[in-house]
Design a protein around this ligand. Structure first.
Ligand SMILES: [Zn+2]
Length: 234
């Protein structure tokens, strides 16, 4: 985690906005800074124009913490972030956005699943799509639960994408990978479909992924106080 979590969140917000991953007040970012404390982007503010003092401190139930000086409400989608933190103690940051190509795949309910890109297969297996969940309800965190342990990012049906990781940069990097992959898949589909990797090559990459996860888990055991890695993100 960076030394200045608030500055990192604002920088990631500006990147999300400048890259067109969000429009207007879309999207939200959070970082878990303690056992029961999260810093989250406020409701109703463009991610491109955030100041560190606008960010809201809340607990893992979504209650604004005493002493919070932002004067703002947490993002309406904070429940989705909190559900990930409750399910995955190794996760320290969550980024949610509406990137154009990833969101189009989410609307078409098409996973990024064809084994076209060895690095995607190696690092993530695939990027699945959740069931549709009504905005700002408990359905949104529930829709993540089938995937939260096995993946670090998903497409949200008819909504956007969400990524999580060991720090806010890992979560942002995965969001970038999801959108970049969605663009490549779209180009491949426009060309009439690509040649997927052979099953034996996919199996090889899956064995490598399992190896890297196991090795990351051992590193986590060795440095139990350092929760900077996700384990699932080789
Ligand atoms: Zn959204």
């Amino acid at each position: 985690m960076g030394k200045d979590v608030r500055a990192d969140i604002c920088e990631v917000g500006k990147l999300l906005y400048d890259r067109g991953y969000v429009a207007s007040n879309d999207g939200n970012i959070s970082v878990r800074v303690g056992e029961n404390e999260v810093v989250v982007t406020p409701s109703g503010v463009s991610k491109g124009r955030m100041e560190p003092g606008m960010l809201v401190r809340c607990d893992l139930d979504g209650n604004v913490l005493p002493g919070d000086a932002s004067g703002r409400f947490p993002s309406s989608e904070v429940k989705m972030h909190l559900a990930v933190y409750r399910a995955r103690p190794d996760v320290r940051a969550v980024v949610h956005a509406h990137p154009v190509f990833a969101t189009a795949f989410a609307i078409c309910r098409r996973e990024l699943a064809e084994p076209y890109l060895p690095e995607l297969v190696l690092n993530f297996g695939k990027i699945p799509v959740t069931d549709f969940a009504m905005l700002s309800t408990d359905e949104v965190p529930q829709s993540l639960m089938p995937f939260v342990h096995d993946y670090n990012g998903v497409l949200l049906a008819n909504h956007g994408a969400v990524a999580w990781g060991g720090d806010v940069w890992a979560a942002f990097d995965l969001m970038e990978t999801i959108e970049h992959s969605a663009k490549i898949y779209k180009a491949v589909h426009d060309l009439g479909g690509g040649v997927p990797l052979a099953p034996e090559d996919v199996a090889h990459l899956e064995r490598l992924r399992a190896f890297y996860r196991q090795r990351a888990a051992h590193r986590d055991d060795a440095t139990a106080s350092d929760s900077g890695t996700t384990g699932a993100n080789a």
